[in-house]
Design a protein around this ligand. Structure first.
Ligand code: PLP
Ligand code: ZN
Length: 430
């Protein structure tokens, strides 16, 4: 079928080296990516226009034809009813574990907050509330499509383990992603290993335990190899056969599929009315997905990726890109632009302390395309944004979840009072 006949994803291409991969291959990473060099990231090639979603409460049903997993399922021989059933059955199973399945999350103008920040009645802050999403953060959206991809492969008989035992899932994370991954794994009874740092909070550990995840605490050792010990253990597990089940596009491209439902929901509700979107950015999958989905649905608010002053490798990459030839087409300049933050990352917004923005190319693309820019928020703004969020919205958001608002505070004097600004409160306080 041609692109025109079937809107949606038609293929994958590595944004770093240009290698093209057929969607039906089910590749998780670029064929040129190695355990020693992960500087490759598969992007979806898609055509969503005209944007005509179905009227369904579950975003994975409403936007199914735009999802890469749907194109993948079709390519490996699953008919339409079967593909829909994989999604609906997984959603039902998730609802049994999480108490809720996937539903569009609310997006409303926060009146008191807009007033407190001096916006005019026509403008203001629109808050999308992901604290009500499955497992309390937006992360489950990314992981849902990773699981759908595995289940579609099993349904079509193309999974690499055939009819043998399933390999374990693996993730390195100490917070929302680990809880979301363990929730979805638990829903289908799939064993999962979670690698966490010694600093992981007791609340998170208790949640993981109740989801029956197998948790390994990974201390730093002076004699060990350089790098994050959780990531090293995770990569070791993957090298030994585990399925990467985290939220970094460099380790599993399918996380960048479901995350796009966020931008489509924003487009659906606000259309061209949004002027700017601020997205708190750690590993970058979140901002890359929001940027890609807004763009594919034909709306182009300025994207601002927000980082904390205590860890801002993306903002550095933006400056490096400008210095090395511009912010467009940065794929071939990975080593010149993006490398791990040298200092110990610090911020109250501890969910955006990834020392490297793995999905940086997608984020730069979206900012370049929309006339946006990265914003580095001071620690004082991160603290103040969370205070304002609690005082004026009644949403029990975490400091990481309200860090996009810190970006608004940082550049408030450059935003006109009548502008319509979207922030995503991405995770509940734990
Ligand atoms: C609540 C919340 N918001 C935002 C992020 C950042 O997402 P990403 O790492 O994809 O940039 C995270 C990541 O852990 C998070 O937990
Ligand atoms: Zn590549």
């Amino acid at each position: 079928m041609s692109v025109v006949d079937r809107p949606g994803v038609t293929g994958m291409v590595c944004a770093a080296c240009g290698t093209e991969v057929a969607i039906g291959d089910g590749a998780l990473v670029c064929p040129a990516s190695t355990p020693e060099d992960r500087r490759h990231v598969l992007h979806f090639v898609d055509s969503v226009a005209p944007f005509r979603p179905l009227d369904a409460p579950n975003p994975f049903v409403a936007y199914r034809t735009y999802l890469a997993v749907d194109a993948y399922g079709a390519a490996i021989g699953l008919d339409d009813a079967r593909r829909l059933a994989v999604i609906e059955d997984l959603d039902d199973a998730v609802a049994r574990v999480a108490g809720t399945g996937f539903r569009r999350t609310p997006l409303v103008r926060a009146g008191h907050l807009s007033d407190a920040l001096g916006f005019a009645p026509a403008g203001g802050i629109w808050v999308k509330d992901e604290t009500r999403n499955v497992a309390g953060s937006h992360k489950a959206r990314h992981l849902f499509t990773e699981m759908v991809q595995l289940l579609m492969a099993e349904a079509a008989g193309t999974a690499r383990w055939g009819s043998g035992p399933r390999p374990r899932l693996a993730i390195a994370s100490c917070g929302n992603a680990a809880i979301a991954a363990s929730t979805i794994a638990r829903a289908v009874g799939w064993p999962i290993d979670v690698f966490v740092p010694p600093s992981a909070s007791p609340t998170v550990l208790t949640a993981l335990e109740s989801l029956r995840a197998s948790v390994t605490v990974c201390p730093r050792s002076e004699s060990g190899p350089p790098g994050d010990p959780c990531v090293l253990r995770f990569r070791g597990a993957v090298a030994a056969g585990a399925v990467p089940f985290g939220v970094q596009g460099t380790e599993n491209a399918w996380c960048r599929d479901g995350g796009r439902t966020l931008g489509w929901e924003i487009s659906d509700e606000m259309g061209h009315r949004a002027d700017r979107v601020f997205v708190q950015t750690g590993g970058g999958a979140f901002a890359a997905c929001v940027g890609a989905s807004l763009r594919s649905s034909g709306v182009h608010p300025m994207l601002h990726a927000v980082q904390a002053e205590g860890c801002a490798p993306l903002e550095r990459a933006w400056r490096r890109a400008i210095a090395t030839g511009g912010v467009g087409n940065v794929g071939a300049r990975w080593s010149e632009c993006m490398w791990p933050w040298e200092d110990e990352p610090v911020s109250l917004a501890d969910g955006i302390l990834d020392d490297e923005t793995y999905d940086w190319i997608g984020v730069l693309d979206a900012m370049a395309h929309t006339g946006g820019s990265p914003v580095v928020a001071s620690e004082a703004h991160i603290v103040e944004a969370n205070r304002l969020a609690h005082a004026h919205t009644g949403i029990d958001v975490s400091p990481t979840g309200s860090a996009g608002l810190a970006g608004v505070l940082a550049i408030r004097n450059r935003i006109a009072d009548a502008e319509r600004v979207v922030v995503i409160f991405s995770g509940v306080r734990r």
